[in-house]
Design a protein around this ligand. Sequence first.
Ligand SMILES: [Zn+2]
Length: 393
Amino acid sequence: MRIAGIDVTVDWSLLIIFALITTSLASGLFPRWHPAWSAATCWLTALAAAVLFFTSVLAHELSHSLVGRANGIQVKRITLFVFGGMAQMENEPERWPAELWMAIAGPVTSLVIGVLCVLAAGIGASAGAAAQAGSVPALEQLLAGLDPGRTLLLWLGQINIVLAIFNLVPAFPLDGGRVLRAILWGVTRDLRRATRFASALGQGFAWLLIAAGIAMLLGVSLPYFGSGAVNGIWLAFIGWFLNNAALMSYRQLLTRELLQDLPVRRLMLTPLETVWPDMPLDMLVSNFLLRTDQRAFPVMEGERLAGLVCQRDVERIPAAQRHSTSVREVMKPLDQIVVAHPGDHASEVLGLLAQRDINQVLVVEDGRVAGLARRADILRWLALHGSPKSPPG
Ligand SMILES: [Zn+2]
């Protein structure tokens, strides 16, 4: 599905939470609010509520993406999964105001949807009318008086407000944590220090959730979260997920910083073994693939680069047919391969490798092969130059 030029994908794990929400509304909350409703009414309202809930999560993510795009941050894809939504950015914000506006757009959208839904449910109006008639209604009476449409709006409204508040907790990489990081970044002019502080808070919050989840698992009842093993496991699981996300975002930043000013010419493999188009594949295997640790070979037609052949291309041909198959038949021709330039930064090249799901890219300068930039070499460089292994703090 594409919305405003952004791919929207739905992860299978979303089905779990979809079923969970529908079931808990249909068999728990709605029968409690409306003892008079039939089972069919409960289930249909619950189903509609779950669909609208994910629509509002999508609206939250889309608002991040659109505000991001207006500030020069391209969003490639939005994934809806078990914890809600996630927008995948092609590039991180380069200035703190861009990050600030992009981060705050989501919770503001949720808050607006929430308040509008609660107002539309009109529970305030019915309470006022009842008070004018001289009776102060109990909450149960008010709720029982709502039809399915207004019940749905009321639930959708409060869940969106909860979503906005949860996302505003200053725990990186939650939206509130990004807002905090943007402000600290603006004040200190130091993205790394801002990220370290915001992710330390994020980890602290994550451990709090895990502790609360374990307490609930042991039978303790907490305000708002309630009690029970299922809720406890769920809360601990969210905490664990947040903790990982906080750690990972910080490591990614350090990696990117380490590789930022490193031109790929400093770690590319060079000189390269090259092959020719008419070479049979069995010769490529015995004389090249088995005798070097190079896994991709430029194919040269005389002085001219004709393409690239990789181990993966050879593996697709059965061993018995390799003596009668030439390199030309399996190689990727020049117009189909991605190339890098010696001056490209290693961080860009690493991004390119991840994006294309490849292990190496040919480095070309003025039409001539300069070397091969490989993922393994970049990772080795990181290991030798202080790639962070310890948690922040
Ligand atoms: Zn958000």
